[in-house]
Write a protein that binds this ligand. Structure first.
Ligand code: FAD
Length: 463
């Protein structure tokens, strides 16, 4: 069958179809695909890059942020399996404090390929989802673009795990984006420095008051005005012209298991006027701005951090790190009050105690656990829940949206967006989409959520 998009662009509808089509094989999408395939669905993942994992691999975002309450990790199921597989490869590790969230992004690509193939799902790499085709409130196919030109891929149920809600936006789902002024969280272009003498660097950091237990698990930082012992060095470098003032707005580095002598930097922050990762021009500008900042930061580390004298850029992340763009309007919108009240929901699919964590382009970083208050949130064993309804977009019947674009306010999104929650949301979406395709012609609202919760528990989940 040959149809046209607009007036001129022909696309071909493939003869094959799938039960579940996942747009974006990133943090949430890769897990969703595995979970759906393990539920018996015929699954295809369409991914723009050449590997799975999204922000966790191609934006080099490591480690996983801890999501712990009362000493218990709140994310289980597939996220635990991924961590165990990373450790088995030497690409994951637990530090002396019992934090098991350290990983090597490159290793994660292999783990996710294996999980996907073992589950029997298919993946189409280097393929961009362009637009959904709709029949009323039902998506019938996604038009994708790749070396084969424009093609329409049909399925019963769809998962939009693009992070930017590209499919939902194309389907006309109401959207929110940015804060009250429409400004998004800052983007960052992550990179690594290799050739670091980590033993010497550890000695230096310990001497200057940023205590490091082990040279294998380094974590150090500097943010202007936050009493980092590295601040005087940054000031000196700004005065000498090595760094720009804004290079000190957020600086942070971590070790990675399986990559001795290499550090992963959670910076540079991209220029404040380039903050919309769903705008292709800003995204392109971010790549250029980020690389220039990496040149400055590399010079700074070589000149000022003992152990880094011979360091060189190991990796510049192929994807710009994007914290927040579009968020769908779903059947429920998670608010900061739900977090502060540690609110529980009958249709919960994920537990969270990671704080509100806003990297604002207006300056500084905002962390909920620095607020005063009597709210239930501040108890050591507190947690709130994310309802299934946050993944269900208004106005479309057969689509789920897990990950950072799930339905939440700007503030609440900054809390639930961390990778392990994206895994858990992806797992819930994968099972639900498989069941919707099998039993309800794709209708995601018809899924029995108490059965979904029981299935997640049977797979090791904590819901
Ligand atoms: C700089 C930075 C630092 C962070 N620090 C941490 C941290 O230390 N620990 C932590 O746990 N979390 C951290 N986070 C948050 C976390 O990493 C992200 O919120 C999370 O990974 C997002 O997952 P996702 O599945 O929603 O999107 P992604 O993982 O970004 O996945 C989206 C996928 O969809 C693909 N895609 C997008 N559009 C299309 C399209 N149209 N067609 C086909 N494919 C498409 C992309 O290539 C990608 O693979 C950080 C985020 C950033 C940006």
């Amino acid at each position: 069958m040959n149809l046209t998009v607009g007036a001129a662009l022909p696309y071909r509808t493939l003869e094959r179809d799938w039960d579940v089509l996942v747009a974006g094989g990133g943090t949430a999408g890769a897990v969703a695909a595995v979970a759906a395939a393990r539920s018996g669905a015929r699954v295809l993942v369409v991914e723009a890059q050449g590997s799975l994992g999204g922000t966790g691999t191609n934006a080099w975002v490591t480690p996983l942020m801890r999501n712990v309450s009362g000493g218990v990790n709140l994310n289980r199921g597939l996220t635990e399996e991924i961590k165990a597989r990373l450790r088995a490869r030497g690409d994951g590790a637990t530090d002396t404090g019992g934090n098991d969230n350290w990983f090597n992004p490159e290793g994660l690509k292999f783990v996710l390929d294996d999980l996907l193939l073992e589950a029997g799902a298919e993946v189409l790499y280097h393929t961009h989802v362009a637009a959904p085709l709709l029949d009323g409130e039902r998506i019938t196919a996604l038009v994708v673009h790749n070396k084969g030109g424009l093609q329409a891929l049909r399925a019963r149920a769809f998962i939009d795990a693009t992070g930017d809600a590209d499919v939902a936006a194309g389907a006309g789902v109401p959207m929110h984006a940015g804060d009250e002024d429409g400004l998004h969280q800052a983007m960052s272009l992550r990179f690594t420095l290799a050739g670091v003498d980590t033993a010497r660097l550890r000695e230096f950091l310990n001497a200057c008051g940023q205590w490091q237990d082990s040279a294998d698990f380094l974590h150090f930082w500097m943010v202007w005005g936050r009493k980092s012992s590295l601040e005087p060095l940054f000031r000196q470098a700004v005065e000498a012209g090595t760094l720009l003032e804004r290079d000190g707005d957020y600086f942070q580095a971590f070790s990675m298991p399986g990559r001795p002598g290499e550090l992963s930097f959670n910076c540079p922050r991209i220029r404040a006027d380039l903050n919309d990762g769903a705008d292709p021009w800003q995204l392109s500008g971010a790549q250029l701005d980020g690389r220039q900042a990496i040149t400055r930061l590399t010079a700074f580390c070589r000149a000022h951090l003992p152990g880094c004298e011979n360091a060189f850029v190991g990796v510049v992340a192929p994807m710009v790190g994007i914290r927040e763009t579009r968020r769908i309007e779903g059947e429920y919108t998670l608010r900061v009050e739900d977090i502060l009240d540690s609110r529980k929901f009958p249709d919960s699919i994920c537990r969270n105690h990671y704080p509100v964590d806003i990297h604002s382009v207006k300056g500084g970083a905002k962390l909920l656990h620095e607020r005063d208050g009597e709210a239930a949130y501040f108890a050591a064993d507190a947690w709130h829940e994310i309802p299934y309804r946050c993944l269900v977009p208004r106005g479309v019947s057969n689509l789920l949206v897990p990950g950072r674009a799930a339905s939440s306010t700007f503030e609440a999104q900054s809390s639930i967006r961390v990778q392990q929650n994206c895994h858990t949301m992806g797992e819930a979406a994968g099972i639900a989409a498989a069941w919707a395709a099998r039993d309800h012609a794709g209708a995601v609202r018809a899924v029995d959520v108490s059965a979904l919760q029981a299935e997640m528990r049977a797979r090791g989940g904590l819901v």
